[in-house]
Design a binder for this molecule. Structure first.
Ligand code: TXA
Ligand code: MG
Length: 341
């Protein structure tokens, strides 16, 4: 069931959802990155329900959401650098992996560490405060599907039984940056809106786990990185190179699919739309604004499935700012099916 959070019933709906959390149930809630599927992080039984609802592998740990430093320090041991990053970027799209304390092992998937973040979203913060407990929450999609950026995405993945707080579209659209603060130097495990450069301005040099190499060749940096992720049903191909060659190559592949009776779709920048003529196309945004692509990426992938497209040709975007995270996610959606021209 979707509860829309407007001014009139805001507190009533938050309190109702908080009651579900304290009773050991699940609530899907908005954050600035993507919608999360939350449970009381202090209850092993409640957190187990998340794994069942999502079909999530048991060895993939869950990020814990807090409403501030006091709550965060009850579940994790902050180093000085972790404190500095929390000071600089919380509330916001940065999850800090730190030594865990006092959490059931189902949250951490048996690891000694926990990922913690304070979301920059009033509804999420109100829910945590009203429940009075930290909330463990992965993205609220079925395991393997693109993360939800709308309440309707959650409902279509998890059904009508789940309570969904609806505060409209997530403002960022890709998941938080995850950084392991227990390694030296700290290591970015998953890129997001808080970039390596932004982090290095605060705490100096950090490492970055491979963001673009095929997962099979690597030991996964983060347990969640080894699964095929963010993927629609359509076969995604990413095409990289100068924009004229990219367009030529996409047109060739598209026309071949049409002849074979498939239903292809182009995902292109506003600037390059003109190259594709009457072919089916959606715009990812401007090449100068990776924020636009981040915000619409998962919706576009879901819509393509709904409309029955069987193949998607995605024009690579510059890996600048959050564009780095967008390209990391689309590589995974494409299962590393990349054409360089
Ligand atoms: O933006 C986000 O982070 C969203 C919203 C809901 O906050 N949450 C999210 O959660 O994306 P999830 O579970 O879909 O992704 C969490 C990632 C996974 O790749 C997981 O393996 C990794 O963070 N992770 C969590 N705890 C970890 C830990 N202790 N050590 C290493 N990686 C961890
Ligand atoms: Mg996820």
């Amino acid at each position: 069931m979707i509860l829309y959070l407007d001014d009139r019933n805001y507190k009533e709906n938050i309190d109702r959802a908080a009651g579900v959390i304290t009773d050991g149930g699940l609530v899907a809630f908005p954050t600035e990155t993507v919608y999360g599927l939350g449970a009381n992080a202090l209850s092993a039984d409640a957190v187990s329900r998340i794994f069942t609802a999502k079909g999530r592998p048991q060895d993939n740990p869950i990020i814990v959401h807090v409403n501030g430093m006091t709550m965060a320090e009850q579940i994790a041991v902050f180093t000085d650098k972790a404190k500095d990053l929390a000071d600089a970027f919380w509330p916001g799209p940065l999850s800090l992996v730190m030594e865990a304390t006092g959490l059931p092992s189902v949250v951490t998937a048996g690891l000694a560490t926990v990922g913690v973040r304070m979301p920059d979203c009033d509804a999420a913060l109100s829910l945590i405060s009203a429940a009075g407990v930290p909330i463990a929450a992965p993205s609220a999609n079925k395991s393997g599907a693109p993360s939800p950026t709308l309440a309707a995405h959650v409902q279509s993945d998890l059904g009508d039984k789940i309570l969904v707080l609806d505060a409209g579209e997530s403002s960022i659209g890709v998941e938080s940056t995850v950084i392991d603060m227990t390694s030296s130097p700290p290591t970015i495990l998953r890129p997001g809106a808080v970039t390596q450069q932004m982090i290095e301005q605060i705490i100096g040099k950090v490492d970055h786990a491979q963001a673009f190499e095929a997962a099979e060749e690597l030991k996964p940096a983060s347990p969640g990185m080894k699964y095929r992720h963010y993927a629609p049903k359509a076969a995604v191909t990413v095409i990289e190179g100068n924009h004229i060659s990219v367009a030529e190559s996409i047109k060739y592949l598209y026309d071949k699919d049409i002849k074979a009776g498939d239903k292809p779709l182009v995902m292109a920048s506003r600037e390059n739309k003109k190259y594709y003529g009457p072919r089916d196309l959606v715009i990812t945004g401007s090449i100068h604004s990776p924020e636009q692509a981040a915000k619409v990426l998962y919706s576009l992938l879901r819509d393509a499935d709904e409309k029955g497209y069987t193949s998607i040709y995605f024009e690579a975007l510059p890996r600048v700012g959050i564009g780095f995270a967008v390209m990391n996610r689309i590589y995974k959606a494409a299962a590393y099916n990349i054409v360089k021209v």
